[in-house]
Design a protein around this ligand. Structure first.
Ligand SMILES: Cc1ncc(COP(=O)(O)O)c(C=O)c1O
Length: 368
């Protein structure tokens, strides 16, 4: 299983499983911007590596100031973390909810963090018949059982934003709300959807962002969160000192200035998402419409394809796809793929075509 440690993008496991070297895989199992990293990254790594002899700024002032300018948010409302993953964990530990409402499916680290903090979980279903859109009545049903909602906006693996009407409802409620906006940079007109600004003054809302996906720096680790300054103080108090390293701070500051990279990324996705969605549909797959840079799809029942067999077949072709059946709430027909550059996407489609031909002809045989 490629997701041995819980996530996609595990190239070492792929190497061990499929017997080819890491560089020979096309990775559709983690959702990085294929235009990245921006050019400032290699420049800083080459020119500023000697500065690692110094401790990083424990208050991350330069990067927080840049984030403050970019999003028009006071610096005291911003905490930078070692990836969004650290901030998910810290937020759960500090807020210590008794029972948290989580959509099924959603990113597995929410559940991990809640369990580590000793809390229970209330499942909020997202359904195929609603195209995996969060419904108001599900929030109403959860309301009396939970003291916090922890939601992906947009959600992983469905790729869906929370509808405005549901956001409004959550904002009017007195329950605490943590929104993970890890993929928000990929949403067209993100400023119309992000709740960053609102979170900076509210005592009830917390927004977490990742910088690893849009800027393609998951190996460097970088994310930030926005909340009321008092909550930021409390959360910062629990954070390990110097958890955001020097290079991540420098690189984070530099990439935020690269407006050309931002523009090019939006243009790429605007063209590539409809193209890849349509190609997948032409293969007979059921694609969930997405607001971001990845697509969730399922193999229709009549094909009789189990995603684990599909993943194996694709892996031997050098193409990694995400087994989405590992997300609670999805079954063995579900798969998730990142959207990459056209040439790579064409290879994905060709690989899927081979796999479908093999596995639908030889049901019960193939690469098992
Ligand atoms: C929805 C979601 N949130 C947060 C993260 C963690 O991001 P980071 O790399 O910034 O820790 C991921 C990583 O896959 C994710 O999918």
């Amino acid at each position: 299983m490629l997701e041995r440690y819980g996530h996609g993008g595990d190239l070492l496991t792929a190497e061990e499983t499929f017997g080819r070297s890491m560089e020979q895989f096309l990775d559709f199992s983690s959702n990085m911007n294929p235009l990245g990293p921006p050019s400032a990254v290699s420049h800083i790594l080459k020119e500023q590596w000697r500065d690692i002899v110094k401790y990083p700024d424990p208050a991350v002032r330069e990067l927080r100031s840049k984030l403050s300018q970019k999003y028009d948010i006071p610096m005291e409302s911003i905490l930078v973390g070692n990836g969004a993953a650290e901030l998910i964990d810290l937020t759960a530990r500090v807020l210590k909810p008794a029972v948290t409402g989580l959509t099924r499916p959603s990113f597995s680290e929410y559940e991990e963090a809640i369990h580590k903090s000793g809390g229970g979980i209330y499942n909020i279903p997202l359904t195929h018949s609603n195209q995996y859109e969060l419904q108001q009545q599900e929030i109403e049903a959860a309301y009396s059982a939970v003291d916090l909602f922890f939601l992906g906006h947009p959600n992983n693996p469905t790729g869906k934003l929370i509808p405005r009407s549901v956001i409004d409802m959550l904002m009017q409620s007195d329950r605490r709300l943590v929104l993970d906006e890890a993929f928000m940079d990929f949403v067209p007109n993100e400023q119309d959807h992000s709740l960053l600004k609102l979170a900076s003054t509210s005592r009830q809302f917390f927004v977490i962002r990742s910088m690893t996906k849009f800027y393609s720096i998951p190996g460097l680790r970088l994310g930030f969160m926005v909340a009321h300054p008092d909550a930021i103080q409390q959360i910062k108090h629990q954070q390990v000192q110097w958890s955001v390293n020097y290079l991540a701070q420098r690189i984070g500051t530099a990439v935020l200035e690269d407006e050309d990279f931002e523009r090019a990324s939006r243009q790429w996705l605007k063209e590539e998402k409809p193209w890849l969605s349509e190609q997948l549909r032409q293969l007979g797959l059921e694609v969930v419409p997405s607001d971001v840079n990845f697509l969730l799809f399922s193999f229709p029942e009549h094909m009789g394809i189990h995603v684990k067999r599909a993943q194996k077949h694709m892996g031997y072709q050098g193409i990694l796809i995400r087994d989405a059946s590992l997300f609670e709430g999805l079954n063995e027909r579900y798969c998730r793929v990142a959207i990459r550059l056209r040439e790579d996407n064409e290879r994905l489609i060709a690989g899927l075509h081979n796999m479908l031909a093999d596995l639908t002809q030889n049901r019960g045989q193939g690469h098992d």
